[in-house]
Design a protein. Structure first.
Length: 317
């Protein structure tokens, strides 16, 4: 094969337009399952948000009074008072005037495009905050140099040691289970999993969801019987467990990329609420020179209506 003599070709051309499509793909996951599942709690009115919960006295199987019995007041126990700090979460960026007005592929307005990305990214931060298992999980009042932090789902559940498959110090990020330490302990068994659910049930809890990362999702799916692998129509095989039905609860297994690979959470979603002091919105900063600064923020916290109604487990899987 040979080129036609003096044929003008693309390798020589200098005026060809670049072929850049207007399709812009973002593969980064945007879902936030637990944050979305949380209902709205009472609106926060200050930087420390409080609520109450109570328990009934133990049932008395010998409650048989005498006819004409005299009055005798039983001792009452005050309700439990819980509180959580309001955390401020932000996303900030700036776009120059030139970048806003030049012709662009994939978006008309750079500011508008980056705002949409910032909102999606902020929501992902909310989900990651809920499952942070480090020292920040216990929350804190903050200072002029340290931001306030809410006590997250991990921190609240760690208060209830009977409902967790671990022993260790709250909030250190270093937990131990039998046969191992840190996040590399022995692989959880179905028997231990059900024991934790029984502990929650014994305390009055009714968990409905199990939040796990991909590796623990595969582990729990492996507990299914052979009926979990069945032909479901022509040329299709199913090998998945999305609902775990045990003696003490029926759990929807929810995959969450923000859960640690070795920690699973057994939650009664109705007992977890988000309380907002400042809803998601844009702060009016004012223009700075030839650039548009943007800050998007939310001031929020969570209510653990009853921490005893949930639990967690740690596995070396």
């Amino acid at each position: 094969m040979a080129l036609v003599t003096n044929a003008f070709h693309a390798f020589q051309a200098t005026g060809n337009r670049e072929d850049l499509t207007n399709l812009l793909s973002i593969i980064t996951p945007k879902e936030a399952p637990l944050y979305d599942a949380m209902g709205a709690g009472a609106p926060a009115k200050g930087t420390y948000h409080e609520w109450q919960c109570d328990v009934l006295p133990a049932a008395n199987a010998d409650n048989a009074a005498l006819e004409g019995d005299t009055y005798s007041a039983a001792a009452l126990t005050p309700s439990l008072r819980y509180g959580n700090y309001v955390q401020i979460s932000t996303k900030q960026f700036g776009v120059t005037e030139i970048q806003e007005v030049v012709a662009k592929a994939g978006r008309v307005s750079e500011v508008g495009y980056q705002k949409a990305n910032a909102l999606a990214s902020l929501k992902r931060d909310f989900e990651a905050i809920l499952f942070n298992y480090g020292s920040a999980s216990t929350g804190g009042a903050g200072s002029t140099t340290v931001g306030r932090r809410l006590k997250n789902v991990h921190g609240w559940i760690l208060q209830v040691t009977a409902n967790t498959g671990y022993s260790g110090t709250v909030g250190t990020g270093n937990f131990a289970i039998s046969g191992g330490s840190g996040l590399t302990g022995t692989t959880i068994t179905e028997a231990v999993f059900n024991q934790i659910m029984q502990n929650i049930w014994d305390g009055g809890g009714r968990p409905n969801a199990c939040y796990v990362n991909g590796s623990l999702k595969r582990l729990v799916s492996g507990w299914g019987t052979s009926t979990s692998r069945v032909w479901a129509g022509e040329k299709k095989v199913t090998n998945v467990v999305d609902v775990y039905e045990g003696d003490f609860a029926t759990l929807e297994l929810k995959k969450d990329r923000h859960c640690a690979s070795s920690i699973g959470y057994l939650l009664d979603e109705a007992l977890w609420k988000k309380s907002i002091l400042l809803p998601v919105g844009e702060v009016d900063i004012g223009k700075t020179g030839m650039a548009t600064p943007v800050m998007i923020r939310q001031a929020w916290t969570i209510e653990a209506r009853n921490p005893s109604g949930s639990g967690l487990f740690i596995s070396g899987a």
